[in-house]
Design a protein around this ligand. Structure first.
Ligand code: SF4
Length: 332
């Protein structure tokens, strides 16, 4: 199938390179690799370290064998509709927060004069259209996302409405203790959007274009904790303290999800307090898997709301090389 891919931004995330904030973190990044093994060294003799991103950590939790194929052997996953839709929507959101700067003050003025419709149209006008129409429902997702930004604009009257960080490139060094030994690792990632909390702190926001169910809150907290950890350990004082995190699922109704949903949580309350320990444990498990070279295929099954059985293997590009699936089963 031909996909419509549209990126109005000057560069893609890959083209932006490491963008480490200082020499120390750049050096740490250069020393890091997804294919790390104990004792591994660079040609100059400097020890290598494991590179961990939010998605590599999530990938390992999803299935260790898929992680190995994807991050260590670098076997490309087949591009699917969800990936293309997600990238197209993220590209627009990234573009929006840069471009809306030029019209925001005029929109505030219109709002103050009671010209709400014009204010909304002005903000919406910065969203570019692809040369050919989208094929995967991106427009509906973008429109839902924009509605939420518009609602925020009306409530805040434009104060602390703008993003202070847009696709923020973050790095951090971390020492991880596994079985009594300390292993340095490098954390790397892009944070979708960062907003001011109005009180000197920051709110981290993650945009997802998949389905939403309440059960996802737990994994979302862990993803957001990974970002928070990176900002704290990487010394990104501009964004500290992180007082809240949030996620938005403008296509949350898809594939049996409940509805389009966004949520905001205070990072200091009890229900979020488990996240730091869980994320650190997940990081330790990943380091240990590299030490022991154990990346077992781990098929998982679950029952959806509609009673249908789902499995991580159904979404996996490595089924035909996966030891968990024999040739007979694959044929079936
Ligand atoms: S097919 Fe299933 S068990 Fe095998 S790598 Fe993929 S997700 Fe893991």
């Amino acid at each position: 199938m031909t996909f419509v891919k549209f990126n109005p931004n000057k560069t893609t995330l890959l083209e932006r390179g490491a963008e480490a904030p200082n020499e120390e973190l750049q050096k740490s990044y250069d020393e890091s690799t997804y294919a790390w093994q104990p004792g591994m060294q660079m040609p100059c003799g400097t020890p290598n370290k494991l590179r961990i991103t939010k998605s590599s950590l999530g990938n390992y939790g999803w299935c260790p064998y898929a992680y190995k194929m994807n991050h260590i052997y670098k076997l490309k996953q087949e591009e699917n509709e969800d990936m293309v839709r997600g990238t197209n929507v993220h590209n627009i959101v990234e573009y929006f927060w840069d471009a809306v700067r030029d019209v925001k003050d005029d929109a505030v003025e219109l709002l103050e004069k009671g010209e709400k419709r014009q204010a909304k149209n002005l903000l919406y006008s910065v969203i570019p259209k692809p040369p050919q129409p989208y094929l995967l429902g991106e427009e509906e997702v973008i429109n839902q996302w924009f509605e939420w930004q518009w609602n925020r604009f009306v409530i805040t009257e434009g104060v602390d409405w703008m993003a202070t960080g847009n696709e923020v490139s973050a790095h951090a060094k971390l020492d991880v203790e596994v079985d009594g030994e300390v292993y340095p690792v490098h954390l790397r990632g892009f944070i979708d959007t960062i907003f001011p909390d109005g009180d000197g702190g920051s709110i981290l926001m993650e945009l997802k274009t998949g389905k939403w169910t309440n059960r996802k809150a737990k994994s979302m907290r862990e993803e957001m904790q990974f970002y928070k950890l990176m900002l704290e350990e990487g010394g990104y004082v501009k964004y500290l303290p992180v007082t809240h995190w949030a996620w938005e699922f403008p296509r949350g109704w898809a594939n049996g999800g409940t509805k389009a949903e966004w949520e905001l949580e205070d990072t200091s309350v009890r229900k979020t307090s488990y996240a730091p320990k869980t994320v650190m444990n997940n990081i330790k498990k990943l380091v240990k898997a590299h030490i022991t070279d154990s990346f077992e295929p781990t098929p998982k099954q679950w029952r959806g709301k509609d009673g249908e059985t789902g499995s991580n293997c159904h979404y996996c590009s490595y089924m035909d090389i996966c030891p968990a699936w024999s040739a007979d089963e694959l044929e079936e």
